[in-house]
Design a protein around this ligand. Sequence first.
Ligand SMILES: *Cc1c(COP(=O)(O)O)cnc(C)c1O
Length: 483
Amino acid sequence: MKNKLLETVYSPQNFQKEGHQLIDILTNHLDDKLYEKSGKAIHWNDPEDELEFWKEFLKNGDDNELFKTITDRTTYVHHPNCIGHQVTPTAPITALSGMISSLLNNGMAVYEMGMSPNAIERVVTDLLCKKIGWDEEARGFLTSGGTLANLTALLTARRTILKEDIWNNGIENPIGIMVSEEAHYCVDRAARIMGLGEKGIIKIPCTESFQMDIDILEKKHAEAISKGITIFAIIGSAPSTATGAFDDLESIGEFARKHGLWFHVDGAHGGAGIFSEKYKTTLKGIEQADSVVIDGHKMMMLPTITTALLLKNGIYANATFSQKADYLLTESDHEDWYNSGKRTFECTKTMMCIYWYTMLKRYGEEVFDAYVTQLYDMGNTFGEIIQNHTSFKLAVKPMANIVCFRYYDSKLTQIQLNNLNAKIRQLLLEDGEFYIVQTKLRGWHYLRVTVMNPFTTKEHFDKLLQKIITIGQKLNAQEPIIY
Ligand SMILES: *Cc1c(COP(=O)(O)O)cnc(C)c1O
């Protein structure tokens, strides 16, 4: 090769040398964070400063420090105090699988561009379908995230349930879906992308415990029909993101059957509960669903981004993006599961299936049971601590590993408490020892914790609460109180 630069880029020797160095950096990082040998849960920096830093680094930074600098200056999901968002601390072995995917770069859209991953994906998704409780008609595929998977499921639902050929002709008559007001915002977004508009998103109010209120489904359905809207799907959250509340999937399934609707379960977070002997009851009724979404990068220890979209009747997946309306007649005798691009929104995608397969091969499916069970247990433990604490109030008893609570002082008004909790969260972020998030529920500002790390213990919770109390008291003591 004539071009020296490209020769350097592809040098196997360079790759080996840097690879070993990188493994050392990441091993130290893991050891450091997991066992809290040094450092915080987040290295907070103002966005503008961070931007300046990376502009400057591109010009003058030490090339040899690149990997280490990226690793050091960010959010550490492997730290037991990192209990904010629902992203998993990856099982280290999957980072190694990720290297295979990145280097081999099998695009997967057609079989020849990913023979092993296409077959492996079938093995993984078949196993997930079986765990849900479906028969051999069921099929699934992996796709880039819960957001895209929910959109894809709703496209399949629309294609399957409605008589009109909207894929080819566009929307001519108003159509809609039913979904809880607590559902993840991506469902709303998917519906808008599909052209349903605001009026096509029938929001079902929740009960006290933030679950879809089953008792008003009939009324809401009838209301929509009377406005000329044809409902084609209903979505259950398992659980919803903000509070971790599971909808009653059994009742939603029954309602869907009665009205001929597609029943979709957004199990991006909690779908992995199918593996937990102790907590699979949270998903009671999931087997009635027509489609289910499960994120691997949330409750399954896999790197971002890998999501399973599973269908009770797999043949419908072939229809989603098919131009031909009579797909079932022409293609049903030749299933063609191995050309994954036919069923996914993506054309090219990563070999994401190897993360799942590596975990199954190395540790067996009991590893997912162990993980989900441990985290839900810790969610409950944290909930109990809060419930018994006079300085805190729980939003709702946790059903999973998501806990919403607020610092409480009976002398303060709602507005003061809201401002105080918002301030506490900001100070926690800037401090960085703990990383937690926040949410608004029925006008109240809540602090929100998601236990994603199996190394997070009761001692970590105690320390967090102590820290919040100290901050709260300090803010409270400041004169005048101007929250
Ligand atoms: C996280 C989440 C999503 C979005 O999934 P991404 O993988 O982040 O795109 C959708 N629904 C629920 C219930 C979630 O918790």
